[in-house]
Design a protein around this ligand. Structure first.
Ligand code: ADP
Length: 396
C-alpha cells in the first residue's frame, strides 16, 4: 500500500480520538477512542470493519496509550501507509487563519493561546509532542476549530466593551466548530450544485456543544459562539446567551463566587438545567413523548433560541441558499428540526414531513418541500476534513 493515509488525532485532557483515513477515496481504515486516561478505568475502544474491540489499560496515560495505538496500527500494517498526521486544535486565537504544518513556532503559538482554551490546548500540545516523538519523520498539521471564523468582520467579532480589552487582551468573538462548517458547506454546495464562492449558507452545528454560523461565499461572516464556548445557543449543559449581570445578581443575592457561577452556567444549565432531567436530547425527546413538562420546555427553549439566532445571522447574508443542520442533534432530531423550521416560517420554510422523518435520506439531505427555501441535513465529518487539510499541506 502506498503512503497516502492520514492519522487524525484529537487529543483531549482525558481522551484521545484517532482515525486512519485515506483522504482521496475517503476510506476510514480504523477509528477509535482512548478514554478515561490516567484513571483505573482507562481503555481503548478500537473500531475496524464494523467491529469494536476494547482494550482495558488501567491507569494508562497519554504516552502509554499512544504506544499501544501505534502497536495496533503496526499489527494492521497501517504505520507504513501514513503520509502525515493531522491534529485537531480547538483554539488558534487570531494567530491562525487556516490550517498549518507544525513546527516549533506553531507549537509556541498554540501554547500562547492556552489562556483562551485552558482545558483543550495543553492536551493538544501533549498529543503533538507524543506523535512527534514516535513519528519524527512525518509531516504534522494543526487544524484549528477557530481559524474558519477569522474572516468575520470587526462588526461581528467585537463586543461593545472598552476597546482596550480587545486591543491589549484579545477579548473578542472567536467562534467554534469551524472544521465542521467547512466540511458541511462544501458538501451541501456540491449536492445543490452551487459554487461555494457564490453561496449564502446558514448552518447549525448541534452536538453537545452547539453553534450556528452565517457563511457567505464559503467564508464565515458571523457565528454565535464567543470568546469561550458558553455564548450563543442553548446547549447540553451550557446556558448560551445570558445577561452578564447574572454574575453580580447571583453573588449579591445568593453569595455564589465566580467559580460557582461559572460551573453553574457551563455544567448545570442548558437542556439539563431547564429539564432537571438530562443533557441528552434523545432522553428528553422520549420524556417529552411521555408528557414530561420540563423536558418539553427545554426542547422548546432550545428550538426557539436556535431559530431566533438563525434569523439574526441571516442579516449577514444576501439570501438563504440553504439552512444546514448537522451534529448529533441536527442530524437526528426530527422534533427539533420541525420546531425550528416552524419558528422560521417568516422566511417561507415549509417542512417536508416525510423527508424530515427519514432524516433527509433518499432526498439528498433536503427536508423541505420543492417550493420552500432549502433546509437540509449534512452529516459532518471533521476527521475527513482534518485528513484533507493535512494531506494538502503535506503535499500528498
Ligand atoms: P459531540 O458534540 O460530543 O460530538 P454529538 O454531535 O455526538 O456530540 O451530539 C450529541 C447529541 O446528539 C446528544 O444530545 C444526543 O442526544 C443527540 N442525538 C444523537 N442521536 C439522536 C437522536 N436519534 N435523536 C435526538 N438526538 C440525538
Amino acid at each position: 500500500m502506498s503512503k497516502q493515509n492520514i492519522l487524525v488525532i484529537n487529543s483531549g485532557s482525558s481522551s484521545i480520538k484517532f482515525a486512519v483515513i485515506n483522504p482521496q477515496n475517503e476510506h476510514e481504515y480504523v477509528s477509535g477512542l482512548a478514554e478515561r486516561l490516567s484513571q483505573p478505568e482507562a481503555r481503548i475502544i478500537w473500531k475496524q470493519d464494523g467491529e469494536k474491540t476494547i482494550y482495558d489499560m488501567p491507569s494508562a496515560d497519554h504516552d502509554i496509550v499512544f504506544q499501544k495505538i501505534l502497536h495496533l496500527l503496526e499489527e494492521q500494517q497501517l504505520t507504513d501507509t501514513l503520509a502525515a498526521i493531522g491534529h485537531r486544535v480547538v483554539h488558534g486565537g487570531e494567530l491562525f487563519k487556516s490550517s498549518i504544518l507544525i513546527n516549533d513556532d506553531v507549537v509556541q503559538a498554540i501554547e500562547d493561546c492556552i489562556g483562551l482554551a485552558p482545558l483543550h490546548n495543553p492536551a493538544h500540545l501533549l498529543g503533538i509532542r507524543i506523535t512527534q516523538k514516535y513519528f519524527p519523520n512525518l509531516p504534522q498539521a494543526a487544524v484549528f476549530d477557530t481559524s474558519f471564523h477569522q474572516t468575520m468582520p470587526p462588526k461581528a467579532y467585537l463586543y461593545a466593551i472598552p476597546h482596550a480589552l480587545y486591543r491589549d487582551h484579545h477579548v473578542r468573538r472567536y467562534g467554534a466548530h469551524g472544521t465542521s462548517y467547512r466540511f458541511v458547506t462544501g458538501d451541501a454546495c456540491q449536492r445543490l450544485n452551487i459554487p461555494v464562492n457564490e453561496s449564502n449558507i446558514l448552518c447549525a452545528h448541534l452536538g453537545n456543544g452547539c453553534s450556528a454560523a452565517a457563511i457567505y461565499h464559503g467564508q464565515s461572516v458571523d457565528t454565535t459562539m464567543g470568546l469561550t464556548p458558553l455564548e450563543g445557543l442553548v446547549m447540553g449543559t451550557r446556558c448560551g446567551n445570558i445577561d452578564a449581570n447574572i454574575f453580580n445578581f447571583l453573588h449579591k443575592q445568593l453569595g455564589y463566587d465566580i467559580d460557582r457561577i461559572t460551573t453553574l452556567l457551563n455544567k448545570e444549565s442548558g437542556l439539563l438545567g431547564l429539564s432537571e432531567l438530562s443533557n441528552d436530547c434523545r432522553t428528553l425527546e422520549e420524556a417529552m413523548e411521555q408528557g414530561h413538562e420540563q423536558a418539553t420546555l427545554a426542547i422548546d427553549v432550545f428550538s426557539y433560541v436556535l431559530a431566533k439566532s438563525l434569523s439574526g445571522l441571516a442579516s449577514a447574508l444576501d439570501r438563504i441558499d440553504a439552512l444546514i443542520f448537522t451534529g448529533g442533534i441536527g442530524e437526528n432530531s426530527r422534533v427539533i428540526r420541525a420546531k425550528v423550521l416552524q419558528q422560521l416560517r417568516i422566511f417561507g420554510f415549509q417542512l417536508d414531513a416525510d423527508a424530515n422523518a427519514n432524516n433527509g435520506k433518499n432526498n439528498n439531505g433536503i427536508i423541505t418541500t420543492a417550493d420552500s427555501p432549502v433546509a437540509m441535513i449534512i452529516n459532518t465529518n471533521e476527521e475527513l476534513m482534518i485528513a484533507r487539510d493535512a494531506a494538502q499541506l503535506a503535499g500528498c
